[in-house]
Write a protein that binds this ligand. Structure first.
Ligand code: SF4
Ligand code: SF4
Ligand code: SF4
Ligand code: FES
Length: 471
């Protein structure tokens, strides 16, 4: 592919043809504000914050969507661009209930009185996204406080129909990231909806009625507090401090990446366990036992069915919902095994009856499974754990590492290891074919990295021995 040379704020940069202005700027370390753009998703040109000036062009260009051309001279910052971007951010607050600036502790709602250091350690605000909200950051960046209009308040309401994935449409800025994610999941129930109070983003008849399978993937992409998993921080903190209630948490290291981003510092797994223990939780376990139990069930299913019929293999709660809803005729091919939350819950219910069980993990469909089946009492993802620790404990990085407690003795098995290691969720990674050998026979598997890939996969069901599904 040919290269093109452009100038950004006077600096020359050479990039491959097809690169967007935003990508070229980032390559050169030039900051352009963005809100709707997100790595792995197609540009949506929804927020317009990335507008830049291109020499010879009358109108601003959107850096996330427009590709560079050889010789382009681009300016990313000026007083005029700042004023236009500020007006755009203000406009986003027109349909937004702001719960994060009415601070009784600071005693002011003005940006000039806002102390980010204070807020970083507070987290008593009403909004779930407070402190790591991209809209809040933009409001601070552009000095948006007193709005030049009367904002709408509580016009759209909150969709709690699923009991786990919550949509607060009064916090939606119509960036449309969630539309792409829901579509990539093969569900596609989110869209721009018209209401008597104006347009917003949501499911026409509500998430549950429209067939949300509670994968919770849209939650991780929402820049504001418009999408979140039902929180349990108050219950968890309450029970952690009850001397007559036993509490036990299974803590998965998959939360570390996001927590490190939120804290802006590195820490190790033992320190995370120490931070959870410090909340007052009696027992902190690794998922090793529960994972081994779950995999043992999968191995049994594979041993029984491999070569006899194609298997749709998954332990994911949302994937099971998806298959039951969209492909009930393939029930015979379902090879469902228990999630690690279910295995953890089963053991603990038998050996620690009455204990309050918490799963700390970053797969939001486990939150739906907990809410709907009661396999564990509470599911906490990285962002909620962050808010809990900020309220009541110290940062993991300052803790002395501790070891996880063992739930019980278990045998480790590495049977079908390639198959189990291959499944992770990606929005934009194509499904992958994988061949593996068992007892001298070659078998063919397809690894689906999201639910959007399942429809094409089941059309070729007979081509594979196993279709492994991550949601
Ligand atoms: S979504 Fe962001 S800006 Fe809106 S109330 Fe919540 S933290 Fe504040
Ligand atoms: S939880 Fe999954 S299915 Fe439900 S709206 Fe979000 S992306 Fe769509
Ligand atoms: S719900 Fe969140 S991700 Fe979806 S359009 Fe609104 S702000 Fe964007
Ligand atoms: S980031 Fe380019 S339009 Fe939103």
């Amino acid at each position: 592919m040919a290269n093109v040379k452009v100038k950004i704020n006077g600096k020359s940069v050479t990039v491959p043809e097809g690169t967007t202005i935003l990508e070229a700027a980032r390559k050169k370390g030039v900051y352009i504000p963005t809100l709707c753009a997100y790595e792995g998703l197609k540009p949506k040109a929804a927020c317009k914050l990335c507008m830049v000036n291109v020499k010879g062009e009358d109108k601003e260009k959107l850096a996330c969507a427009v590709k560079v051309k050889d010789g382009m001279v681009i300016t990313t910052d000026s007083d005029e661009l700042f004023a236009k971007r500020k007006a755009l951010v203000e406009e986003m607050f027109r349909q937004h209930t702001v719960d994060c600036h009415h601070c009784m502790r600071i005693g002011s709602t003005l940006a000039k009185d806002f102390d980010p250091k204070f807020c970083k350690d507070c987290y008593f605000c009403d909004c779930v996204k407070d402190g790591f909200c991209e809209l809040q950051q933009k409001a601070l960046e552009f000095g948006v406080d007193v709005l030049p209009f009367e904002p709408h308040e509580h016009d759209f309401g909150v969709d709690v129909s699923t009991g786990s994935v919550i949509r607060n449409m009064d916090k939606c800025i119509k960036c449309r990231r969630c539309l792409d994610i829901c579509k990539a999941q093969g569900v596609g129930i989110l869209g721009i909806i018209k209401t008597e109070n104006g347009q917003t983003v949501g499911a026409k008849n509500g998430l549950k009625a429209d067939g949300c399978i509670r994968c919770g993937r849209c939650v991780a992409f929402c820049p504001t507090g418009a999408l979140y998993m039902l929180e349990h921080k108050d219950e968890v903190v309450y029970f952690a401090h009850q001397y007559d209630t036993e509490t036990a948490a299974m803590v998965c290291s998959c939360v570390i990446d996001e927590l490190e981003k939120l804290y802006g510092e590195k820490f190790e797994y033992g320190q995370l366990l120490a931070a959870v223990k410090k909340l007052g939780i009696d027992h902190v376990y690794s998922p090793a036992y529960a994972r081994a139990q779950s995999l043992a069930q999968a191995v049994r299913l594979l041993d029984e069915n491999l070569g006899k019929k194609p298997m749709l293999l998954t332990d994911n709660y949302a994937a099971k919902n998806f298959l039951r809803l969209h492909f009930p005729e393939l029930e015979e091919n379902f090879a469902f095994y228990d999630s690690k939350e279910k295995c953890f819950g089963d053991y603990m219910h038998e050996h620690h009856p009455g204990a309050k069980l918490i799963s700390v993990s970053n797969n939001n469909s486990s939150g739906a499974e907990a809410a709907e089946t009661g396999c564990v009492d509470y599911y906490i993802n990285a962002s909620e754990l962050y808010r809990i620790i900020m309220r009541t404990g110290g940062r993991p990085s300052v803790k002395r590492p501790i070891d996880a407690e063992e739930i019980a003795e278990f045998e480790k098995s590495d049977r079908y290891a390639e198959l189990f290691e291959a499944g992770s969720w990606y929005v934009d990674k194509p499904a992958e074919e994988l061949e593996f050998t068992e007892n001298g026979t070659r078998y063919k598997a397809l690894i689906c990295h999201n639910l959007g890939q399942v429809k094409a996969a089941v059309a070729k069901l007979d081509k594979y021995d196993v279709i492994k599904i991550t949601a």
